[in-house]
Design a protein around this ligand. Structure first.
Ligand code: FES
Length: 582
């Protein structure tokens, strides 16, 4: 069991020898480290193996990660079978509905936690277990900056439930039933009844929300084992993926397959393609911009818009379609989708297996008849799900999820009904005295990256009670915030620059006319440049700051939506290009 070197050469800095604590004497640092770890009963033989860190994001506050114990056990088994030594450690965990003021406010903190723990602790590769919306992007952002071999393991989607014989799942159906309750279509008793059924097991939201979007994007980026995106949380398939992930991490460690070899401009292009084809969450763009920014790459939003012309929505999942994640998995998951998209993909990108995406697509199981992933000539929506808008209201761009919008409202001009912030909205949206009609455009300010802060998913502005009760199901809504990927409606989001730093949105007044033309990619405030400048001069905006702590760091350094809402000092020191790279 001796670990004495056989010659006088300095041993390579791998395993426990990596990143030694600074005591001024490297030999002593390693001696001390080994003494402590041996206190936990490890042998020299175990300690000489490649060390695979495993990030445990289990938390009682995070039911989307409720299968963490089973996943950890399976990953460790995979590591052990492949000859590695697993070292589990915790980081922050974030759940959408247990994070105030909003989970996005904490995503960068989780990315910093991830990055610094990967740097500080000795490991040759890391398995990052995440699932709930912000956790996967946070982990990839951190790993991208830390630079070591890293592989993503998704916790997997929840099962769907049943309410009075109707299949339901979080969170598109949460919003739908809440809308019914607000409209007086269901009573208090039924509201409570359906509440029991919307989340039928542990795991992430069962529709194409942000969690499912990021799972699919992870596989498209090459960051998961093939088939790693779609198995539901409580299935044997998910556990098998976990075991494979552990084994794959050992191989990555041995081969030195670092994350920069995987997260290339072409890999991000593939991810953008997949985002469009799955009808993915608009949050996916923000997260992709943040991850790419860590690698020194800017996401070209106008190129994304153009890609939409040749990338129809193929995956028939709520909220753009009808099915749930478990159906997508039964239909072959990402293998089926990637095979269909193959002519549009960059096939030479590297994946965690050490094989290219093209090789993995060719090695996938044979196709079979299914009705969730459509053929490219029979899409569920003829264009990409997301359109990028410009105009004097959003000089830095805005987006709309056109596949989840109302066709009749996508070319619309209307009168602005303005809310200054979330509180103003909460106070007045349901007032019987609110001067609003179905043809108006609701504008909500101050829910951008600095405004709220944290760019909450408050862009899904509720239909005013008086309109909802009159049967109005959709109305054009505009904000500088985000919306959940599980939401739907004609909703313009991510208006950049945001109102809290003096973007034009700040100067919209009640009664102004606004024009939305998705066809022309336009979002315009119909006032003259002179009038806009006059309003800005009369009411200069002071961006918010804070006295101390994380909030101060956040408000002083957070970037706008087009830069991924990352902190400016966390992005790569030097930007090296754009993606797609042409
Ligand atoms: Fe965790 Fe939806 S709340 S994925």
């Amino acid at each position: 069991m001796s670990s004495k070197p056989k010659d006088n050469k300095t041993p390579p800095e791998t395993g426990l020898r990596k990143g030694l604590t600074s005591y001024g004497d490297k030999g002593f640092s390693l001696f001390l480290r080994k003494a402590f770890i041996k206190g936990a009963g490890y042998t020299n033989s175990a300690l000489d193996r490649p060390v695979i860190g495993i990030i445990n994001t289990g938390s009682a506050y995070n039911p989307c990660h409720g299968n963490m114990p089973q996943l950890l056990e399976a990953v460790k088994r995979g590591v052990m079978l492949a000859g590695g030594l697993s070292m589990e450690f915790p980081t922050i965990s974030i759940h959408e509905s247990f994070a105030a003021p909003t989970s996005m406010y904490l995503r960068n903190l989780m990315s910093m936690d991830t990055e610094e723990m990967l740097r500080a602790q000795p490991m040759d590769a890391v398995v990052m277990i995440g699932g709930c919306d912000k956790t996967v992007p946070a982990q990839m952002m951190g790993a991208a900056s830390a630079g070591l071999p890293a592989i993503q393991l998704i916790t997997g989607s929840m099962l769907t439930g049943s309410h009075r014989s109707e299949r339901v799942g979080a969170c598109t159906d949460c919003r739908r039933y809440w809308g019914k309750f607000r409209a007086g279509e269901i009573d208090e008793t039924e509201k409570d009844e359906v509440n029991d059924q919307l989340v039928a097991s542990v795991g992430t939201c069962s529709v194409m929300g942000t969690a499912s979007t990021m799972a699919c994007i992870s596989e498209a980026l090459g960051m998961t084992v093939p088939g790693g995106a779609t198995p539901p949380a409580v299935t044997a398939d998910r556990i098998r993926v976990a075991e494979e992930t552990g084994a794959c991490a050992v191989q990555m460690a041995k081969e030195g397959l670092t994350i920069d070899k995987i997260l290339t401009a072409d890999a991000f292009e593939n991810a953008m393609r997949v985002l469009l084809a799955i009808g993915g969450s608009t949050n996916g763009i923000v997260h992709l911009a943040a991850i790419a920014g860590r690698m020194g790459l800017e996401i070209d939003l106008d190129a994304l818009d153009k890609m939409g012309n040749e990338t129809p929505v193929l995956v028939d999942l709520k909220p753009s379609g009808d099915h749930y994640m478990e159906n997508f998995h039964d239909a072959g998951g990402m293998t089926t989708l990637l095979r269909e998209l193959k002519p549009l993909l960059k096939l030479n990108t590297m994946t965690v297996t050490g094989r290219t995406l093209g090789e993995e697509i060719d090695a996938g199981p044979p196709s079979f008849k299914q009705d969730v992933v459509r053929k490219i000539d029979n899409p569920i929506y003829p264009r990409g799900s997301i359109a990028v808008l410009h105009g004097n209201l959003a000089p830095g761009g805005a987006i709309i999820k056109q596949s989840a919008a109302n066709e009749k409202l996508m070319e619309h001009e209307g009168r602005a009904v303005v809310f200054e912030n979330s509180e103003d909205l909460a106070n007045r949206i349901d007032s019987p005295d609110l001067d609003v009609s179905a043809d108006d455009i609701i504008v909500l300010k101050n829910i951008g990256p600095k405004g709220a802060p944290g760019m909450p998913e408050a862009g899904y502005i509720p239909i005013p009670m008086k309109l909802a009760r009159a049967g109005v199901k959709d109305i054009v809504r505009i904000s500088d915030g985000r919306m959940s990927g599980t939401a739907f409606g004609t909703i313009v989001l991510h208006v950049t620059p945001e109102s809290a730093i003096g973007g034009p949105l700040a100067y919209v007044r009640n009664g102004d006319r606004i024009r939305l033309s998705v066809q022309n990619r336009e979002i315009s405030l119909l006032i003259s440049d002179e009038e806009l400048a006059k309003r800005a001069n009369e009411n200069p905006i002071t961006p918010p700051t804070a006295e101390r702590g994380y909030k101060k760091l956040f408000l002083d350094t957070v970037t706008q939506a087009d830069k991924g809402v990352d902190f400016d000092f966390l992005r790569a020191a030097k930007m090296v290009g754009k993606t797609p790279s042409k």
